[in-house]
Design a protein around this ligand. Sequence first.
Ligand code: RNT
Ligand code: ZN
Length: 412
Amino acid sequence: MSRYETAKEIYAKYGVDTEKAIEKLKDVTISIHCWQGDDVIGFDNRESLSGGIQTTGNYLGKANTPEELMADIDKAFSLIPGKKKLNLHACYAIGEPGEKIERNKIEPKHFKKWVEFAKERNIGIDFNPTFFAHPKVKDNLTLSSPDEDTRNYWIEHGKACIRISEYFANETGIPCVMNIWIPDGYKDIPADRMGPRARFKDSLDKILSEPYDKKKVYVTLESKVFGIGLESYTVGSGEFCLSYSNYKGITPLMDNGHYHPTEVVSDKISALLLFNENIALHVTRPVRWDSDHVVLFDDETREIAKEIVRNDALDRVFIATDYFDASINRISAWVTGVRNVQKALLFALLEPNKKLKELQEQNRLTELMVISEDLKTAPMGDVWDEFLKRENTKDNYIDEVLKYEKEVLVNR
Ligand code: RNT
Ligand code: ZN
């Protein structure tokens, strides 16, 4: 009997069908962030990263051109099983040689090459306006700036991004999730917390006045608690973003690096699912702060996955990755992080969720604990390997990654 066959029997004893779990996992789309490949630099003006976020490390082989980034994405995607979507930032606009692209004037044509890339690979594209690392960010503020010209510049950027998102949806035939996140905030205690938030609200209203097809573009809003150099006050706080999303009927996005260190996104998912048709996630790994380490197969990632699976919400939650580690091989970072999100989902799919809920309802909490702990050492790895086999994806990817590093990355 193969290891998978044995695992199948073991899970059957828990009342879990491994075949069903594999089938479901095959259908989950993960939106993979392009920015792991070049440390969030992009191509439009190549300023160093700012806006309260940071990459650390200087591992060899960072992608410097669209061609290099596309090649790296291809390499990473070839080592990641399952359905994928490409998550782009506006700063990855591609111009003609020598063209200076202004963010308030970006157009679909600047993303034509990405559309070709996506179409050839049969995948959809998600999008993000880039409100950071740019000379038009004034005193760390964009959409909440007291300066009208600054606000208008970024409002135009947001509107342009809605048009581009719709273009992606039309071209690929797959809806586009467009996420708004602004870095705006203050390092020290502000005298006016309301003013910037009122301006942010007004700017968002103006961006969303751009007409778009709500079946093709899902606008999401990402909150945050603090940024580096913006420790005391963040305009787009949790309460602001959740309230705004509900007021406008857009989709709230939770990044699990954007909360106080003992606060967990896994506990928030059920609350938001009760009041929102869809919710969106940035899956990351904060180590002591919003450090955006590579996602591991850890407790919180599993708990997030369980909440999605248990509540039968795989088709209501937009799952995207968001991390950027420049201290290790970037292809490996991509593959490891995305695979861990998928592993966490598989772990959740291999739980007898109905039975566990019943135990809770009958207050049989002793048994609940024992089964939950037993499941941690059940042979999920064998089911994972079977999934990889069926997806024609190698289980051992490090050799491939190191080969690519030796043949391609080292020459950059
Ligand atoms: C920043 C947010 C945001 C960015 C990306 C690059 O704290 O998490 O999502 O990481 O847009
Ligand atoms: Zn994020």
